[in-house]
Design a protein around this ligand. Structure first.
Ligand code: ATR
Length: 281
């Protein structure tokens, strides 16, 4: 039997095992997908014991997306630039680190929602790990302009500086009403990568941008998936703006990972349905 799994701590909330097992079963691949809830001091011995011919690969989640780089044979250039690995593939007994967060985000945007980011103006809210992966992938799609809005401006500035080597049209602003008015006046895509609006997060009842400023003709994408309809998504729907919820990025980073592990086309709808079911939707 082949083995795959998700590495993280804690993992009780993770629905990756459910949607990956559904995809493996669909293709009749004889493999089990495990929940590897590993403590930090056990990480090194875990990586030593996991690697054999039956180990196909793993997803990596909080808090090990950066830490796991120490245990890998090779890391792709994009994962290196992003500074985080969320997918490990066992290629001829060498562990290779990938980042499919950004590529999964783009795939959901383009193939599921028919939105091509090329030449578009994007407002990215947040400047953490998820923002970095998404920003990098958006810039590779040749967007016209990227504005990073973050509570801590210095962190947004730093991310903008890092990414300037890839594309020059990036600016960083403070996440506040005054500064948002101008970029929101002609934006095509808004992406929330902060935990504002997340259940049990810092501000579960709030939208990261003032609701009255949400433009009706921009695509509104919230990567928060719990709840499935965040205050931002709810407000955008009231304005009749098109929306993308957070479950898409979660499932599509898995879609990209599944294809790296198996070299088979991922059954996207089956994975999405299994994810919804695992969340009780
Ligand atoms: P992740 O890896 O999920 O992106 P992270 O690296 O901790 O998580 O980043 C969290 C992001 O959410 C940051 O942009 C953070 O803003 P700061 O850089 O100012 O900390 C943002 N964030 C979290 N809580 C917030 C809040 N209450 N208000 C505004 N922004 C918040």
């Amino acid at each position: 039997m082949k083995r795959l799994g998700i590495i993280g701590h804690p993992l009780s909330h993770s629905i990756s095992p459910e949607f990956h097992q559904a995809a493996l079963d669909h293709h009749e691949i004889k493999a089990d997908f495990y929940r590897w809830e590993i403590k930090e001091d056990e990480l090194s011995s875990f990586f030593k014991t996991i690697q054999d011919a039956n180990f196909l690969g793993a997803s990596v989640t909080i808090p090990y997306k950066e830490k796991c780089l120490d245990f890998l044979g090779k890391v792709t250039d994009s994962a290196k630039l992003i500074g985080a690995v969320n997918c490990i593939v066992n290629e001829n007994n060498q562990l290779i680190g990938y980042n499919t967060d950004g590529s999964g985000f783009i795939r959901a945007l383009k193939t599921k929602h028919g939105f091509n980011p090329q030449s578009k103006k994007v407002l990215l809210i947040g400047a953490g790990g998820a923002a970095k992966a998404i920003a990098y992938s958006l810039l590779k799609e040749n967007i016209d302009q990227l504005t990073i809005a973050n509570r801590t401006v210095a962190r947004g500035d730093k991310l903008a500086e890092t990414l300037k080597s890839i594309a020059p049209k990036i600016n960083s602003i403070k996440l506040e009403r005054e500064s948002l008015i101008e970029p929101l006046s002609d934006v095509d895509l808004i992406v929330n990568t902060t935990s504002i609006g997340m259940k049990n997060g810092p501000a579960p009842e709030h939208s990261p941008i003032p609701e009255d400023l949400i433009p009706r003709n921009a695509m509104i994408n919230d990567i928060v998936y719990n709840p499935i309809e965040t205050p931002l998504i709810k407000a955008a729907k009231i304005k009749k703006a098109p929306t993308i919820g957070g479950l898409d990025m979660l499932v599509y980073q898995g879609v990209e990972a599944f294809e790296l592990w198996t070299n088979k086309h991922a059954p996207e709808t089956i994975m999405y349905d299994a994810a919804q079911k695992a969340l009780g939707l």
